[in-house]
Design a protein around this ligand. Structure first.
Ligand code: ADP
Length: 191
């Protein structure tokens, strides 16, 4: 199985690149952000539970997020592999994912971090908000999300570095150039 984690701060381009990668490598895309937004839209119990936290830019508690992710993996027993986008966002999530994969005779193939500076992120998200209208893209909520990223999520990097699974790719530039750099890294996992 080819199991990839696409890692990076809000606005790094994880969603855009995931879309291209799933068709090239025939993988299933699991974006915890998209899953939460679908729950909120459909007004499920889970959606009601998390909508406020997400609107404020806070992370959803690990227990809820991990359960939702595992459920989603189980829905795809035929998958050749997964791209995890927006997960793991804490070390506890990374550990839970490793354990879950081990229990299913699988593992993370590699983690690719998209490198984008804070100034570029802020600009991209301001632009995105005009289109998406996502409440958590508003400037004050975005600030909170960036804080969550640098406070909690960034610690996931040394966790994977210690396992020799981390690669970095420059996330600034045109979409196709970034895509081809990502593809090169992924091809090295397959070779
Ligand atoms: P971004 O645009 O910041 O990459 P996402 O669409 O991945 O955002 O996620 C939106 C929001 O959903 C996050 O700010 C957070 O509240 C919640 N969320 C998504 N994934 C996770 C996760 N793995 N752990 C906790 N909360 C999460």
């Amino acid at each position: 199985m080819l199991n990839l984690v696409l890692f990076g701060p809000p606005g790094a381009g994880k969603g855009t690149q995931s879309e291209k990668l799933i068709s090239k490598y025939n993988l299933v895309h699991i974006s915890t952000g998209d899953l939460f937004r679908a729950h909120i839209k459909n007004q499920t119990d889970l959606g009601k539970q998390v909508s406020q936290m997400i609107a404020e830019g806070n992370l959803v508690p690990d227990s809820i997020t991990i359960a939702m992710l595992e459920e989603e993996i189980k829905k795809n027993p035929e998958a050749k592999g997964f791209i995890f986008d927006g997960f793991p966002r804490t070390v506890a999530q990374a550990e839970a994912l490793d354990q879950f994969l081990v229990d299913n005779n699988s593992a993370i193939s590699g983690v690719i971090a998209l490198d984008v500076n804070e100034e570029e992120l802020t600009q991209r998200i301001a632009k995105r908000q005009e289109i998406s209208g996502r409440a958590d893209d508003a400037a004050d909520k975005l600030k909170k999300r960036i804080e969550e990223y640098f406070g909690k999520t960034i610690h996931v990097l040394p966790y994977y570095e210690a396992q020799n699974k981390l690669s970095k790719v420059n996330g600034i530039g045109d979409i196709d150039t970034i895509f081809s750099e990502l593809s090169q890294v992924i091809d090295s996992y397959i070779a």
